[in-house]
Design a protein around this ligand. Structure first.
Ligand code: NAD
Ligand code: TDX
Length: 336
């Protein structure tokens, strides 16, 4: 199998590329990434010299480039993760979310259609369902009611992918996952931001009353679910992915402080995120029953391991925050 992973230098993408190299060592993984602020080739430094990992810097919106890559590497399947992924940034500047997430995905699908791939895996999100009240969980039949520019752009890319299946017969599978956490997550997202601020004894900004709930899944468990969906999913189907670990933001922030031995006085309640979804919860029974996937990490175990990783790797997040991580690409690739 030759697989094209888009966004393979981001948080989930870089974990996925390594997961695939480990669990499917015979596969060639072609990693297409634009290296936006969120893309960090250094995340994959351990794959330097690996002939089965090919990195290509490029945009998913470049249809010619994609068609060329699909032919050059005899690509069998696409795992599409490249996206603008941060809700707060989508509130500050929605346009790039439409350009990349909507138009970029459509161009990628068009390239895939022209090549007749075996499978196109669209990595979507639980945010397509909008916000829940205090009870219940999203199933694949829940109405799509996205709230933010980010989630509405992801809903569009999710639906256009399914349309390419229904209209053109492209073999598409869609996954909708809950909040991921783990190593290499950019420190703009809740957990790494709180860890880094706490390590600097800086205030931990909690939006609103801190009572918003997210359903957390370790990134390795997401990678395993994506491989299940790629290999066993049924064309045209949607699979929810979630770890059954609903937590209030404030409880996570307190847990991070506890793990770091820092005082709760660092918590600072700040103005709420506009349009802030109150609660997400995923019902993953379909992927469990039909594809045999189960998560392996508990949230408490995974959070402790993740916090420790950030404590043990200050050079990673210091380089990310100072911008020097970009030099890695310059020296490793541009010089060639
Ligand atoms: P991320 O922001 O860490 O990484 C995104 C990657 O995409 C970066 O490497 C970036 O350089 C690349 N990219 C952006 N625009 C591109 C373009 N036009 N062409 C090529 N590459 C481009 O995001 P993440 O958290 O790893 O999320 C990956 C995917 O999973 C996204 O599609 C996201 O919507 C989805 N998802 C994320 C979560 C989560 O909790 N992080 C949950 C569910 C679904
Ligand atoms: O500083 C903060 N303070 C705070 O209270 C930040 C960054 C976040 N929050 C809150 C907002 C959310 O309720 O924490 C929660 C999680 O926020 P994010 O880490 O920004 O994630 P979220 O908005 O839930 O979206 C994430 O999960 C779904 C990913 O970023 C998306 O890409 C994915 O689709």
């Amino acid at each position: 199998m030759n697989v094209l992973v888009t966004g393979g230098c981001g948080f989930i993408g870089s974990n996925l590329v390594k997961y695939l190299r480990k669990h499917r060592p015979e596969w060639k993984v072609v990693n297409l990434d634009k290296l936006t602020y969120a893309g960090n080739l250094e995340n994959l430094s351990e794959l330097e010299g690996d002939p089965k990992h090919v990195f290509v810097r490029g945009d998913i919106g470049s249809q010619d480039l994609i068609e060329h890559l699909l032919v050059q590497h005899s690509i069998d399947a696409v795992m599409h993760l490249a996206a603008e992924s941060h809700v707060d940034r989508s509130i500050l500047g929605p346009e790039v979310f439409v350009t990349t997430n909507v138009l970029g995905t459509q161009r990628l699908l068009e390239a895939a259609r022209s090549r007749g791939l075996k499978r196109f895996l669209m990595v979507s999100t639980d945010e397509v369902y909008g916000s829940l009240g205090p009870t219940g969980a999203f199933t694949e039949q829940s109405p799509l009611q996205p709230s933010s520019p980010y989630s509405s752009s992801k809903t569009s890319s999710d639906l256009i992918s399914l349309a390419y299946h229904h209209t053109f017969g492209l073999d598409v599978v869609v996954t909708r996952c809950s909040n991921n956490y783990g190593r290499y997550q950019f420190p703009e997202k809740l957990i790494p931001l709180m860890v880094v601020n706490a390590l600097h004894d800086k205030p931990l900004p909690v939006y609103g009353d801190g009572g918003n709930v997210r359903d957390w899944l370790h990134v390795e468990d997401h990678c395993s679910a994506l491989l299940h969906a790629l290999e066993k999913g049924k064309a045209g189907e949607v699979y929810n992915i979630g770890g059954g670990a609903e937590r209030k933001n404030i409880d996570i922030v307190k847990a991070v402080l506890g793990l770091l031995g820092k005082p709760e006085s660092l918590i600072k309640f700040v103005k709420d995120r506009p349009g802030h979804d109150r609660r997400y919860a995923i019902d993953p029974s379909k992927i469990k029953a039909e594809l045999g996937w189960t998560p392996s990490q508990t949230f408490e175990q995974g959070l402790a391991e993740t916090v420790k990783w950030y404590v043990d790797h200050p050079s990673w997040w210091e380089r990310v925050m100072s911008g020097t991580y970009r030099q890695y690409f310059e020296t490793q690739y541009r010089a060639r």
